[in-house]
Ligand binder design. Structure first.
Ligand SMILES: Cc1ncc(COP(=O)(O)O)c(C=O)c1O
Length: 428
């Protein structure tokens, strides 16, 4: 049976939400070759927020492109190069379709979310953000969406205005609004989904408020796109960044989506071949967007494989909305983990939350929890999750974090719970 039909059949047969999640998660595993190659006892992969497993279309397209179709793009006068160029531009179109971006040249391929965010922070300097201008972000951010803004503020000698978080690791909305008014920042960077605590900030409201204050909004969509998609036209923000490898695609590739008028004013941060219009001895001029931001040979194979990834995800989401498995399983994980007296869950734990859950185990260091979990075949992450400012604000030094993907099932969570009980027995 075709996989799409199988999925529809599975959804119809399931009775309860959890049953539906379980059978869906199991069916979706069919799209991930990893599960065919790793023994069941080792495959409780609960670290998708760090990097997701690779979907079959990504692996197949990467292999077929590298085997049969590779040539450098944009500059070739021969057919192989023209076809590679066409496939690369089709991948850009795939991103545009998946994220509902108004125009295809508003999609820039980068080397990752970190690169995308740095490109904006660097590109704003001296033009859209000038000496003495304020820059704003929040304590909830991944270092990739915090340090570039902190450094930009330092370079322009402007104020770096940072919005605090509550004890539940939520951005303080009132504080956000009052700092936005008082600080009058030129640019405001915030996450749409916390990688450490699973918080889902009110992105639409934030974008709207930035617009009212004439501040440029930069949304870190790295985690949110995986579990809820990204509708750029509906959100109507200025910049969005994410990485392909967290969205079941290849490593080494990221996306920056920007409003055309702003991308045209943004200064390029990397210089070299492909991004120029004219090079003189003393001065140069730049190619139109998106070329202006894609200096050198881009990650061609990765972009093409990501295009195939997105097309397959779009097919899958015709049957079930992205994030459904993770949302229902998240509630199960909250229930199971909170039944352990030694476990303290961290974060807002709201009903619409999905995928990411941080916790502490009394008397056991997070690194020990993670390595004992690994001995049970469960992969979870431990540490500060690249959110030191948030950790400090919550008076935490480290947590253990589980994160779900579309292939996650109850057994993964159950095995984690068993491993925590084991860790408690031997270490506390
Ligand atoms: C919310 C968030 N933003 C940005 C990043 C940086 O992504 P990358 O390391 O792929 O550039 C991550 C990675 O964990 C993340 O979770």
């Amino acid at each position: 049976m075709h996989k799409g039909h199988e999925l529809r059949h599975t959804v119809r047969m399931a009775n309860t939400a959890l049953d539906r999640q379980e059978s869906l998660g199991m069916s979706l595993r069919g799209y991930f070759p990893y599960f065919g190659s790793v023994p069941r006892s080792r495959s409780c992969y609960l670290d998708s927020a760090a990097s997701a497993l690779k979907i079959e279309s990504c692996i197949e397209r990467l292999t077929s492109y590298l085997t049969n179709e590779h040539a450098n793009i944009h500059r070739g006068a021969y057919e192989l190069s023209s076809r590679a160029t066409e496939s690369y531009e089709e991948a850009r179109q795939a991103v545009r379709d998946f994220c509902n971006v108004p125009e295809s040249h508003e999609v820039i391929f980068t080397s990752g979310a970190t690169d995308s965010l740095n490109m904006v922070a660097t590109g704003l300097e001296g033009g859209l953000v000038r000496r003495g201008d304020a820059v704003m972000s929040t304590l909830l951010e991944h270092h990739s969406n915090f340090v570039p803004w902190q450094q930009l503020a330092l370079r322009v000698e402007g104020k770096f205005c940072v919005v605090g978080i509550t004890e539940q690791a939520e951005i303080d909305v009132l504080e956000f609004l009052s700092i936005l008014t008082e600080c009058s920042p030129k640019v405001v960077a915030f996450t749409a989904h916390s990688n450490a605590f699973g918080t889902l900030p009110p992105v639409l409201q934030f974008i709207h408020s930035c617009k009212q204050q004439k501040a440029i909004s930069v949304v870190d969509a790295t985690q949110s796109i995986v579990h809820g998609g990204l509708d750029v036209a509906a959100l109507d923000g200025d910049f969005f960044a994410f990485s392909a490898h967290k969205l079941y695609g290849p490593t080494g590739l990221g996306v920056l989506i920007g409003r055309k008028e702003l991308l045209e004013q943004l200064r390029p941060a990397r210089f070299g071949g492909g991004m120029i219009r004219e090079v003189g001895e003393q001065f140069s001029s730049w190619a139109d967007i998106p070329g202006k931001f894609e200096a050198g040979t881009p990650p061609i194979a990765e972009a093409i494989a990501f295009g195939a990834t997105l097309r397959q995800l779009s097919e899958i989401r015709k049957t079930y909305p992205l994030g459904l498995v993770e949302e229902e399983l998240f509630r199960y994980a909250v229930e199971r983990l909170s039944s352990l007296p030694s476990v303290k869950l961290i974060g807002p734990l709201r009903r619409d939350q999905r995928s990411i859950l941080s916790f502490e185990v009394a008397g056991v260091h997070p690194h020990d929890v993670a390595s004992i979990a690994d001995s049970h075949g469960v992969q979870v992450r431990a540490g500060h999750h690249c959110v030191m400012p948030a950790m400090r604000s919550l008076q935490l030094s480290a947590t253990t974090r589980l994160s779900l993907g579309m292939y996650s099932v109850r057994e993964d969570v159950d095995t984690l719970v068993e491993s925590i009980q084991h860790a408690q027995k031997i270490l506390s």
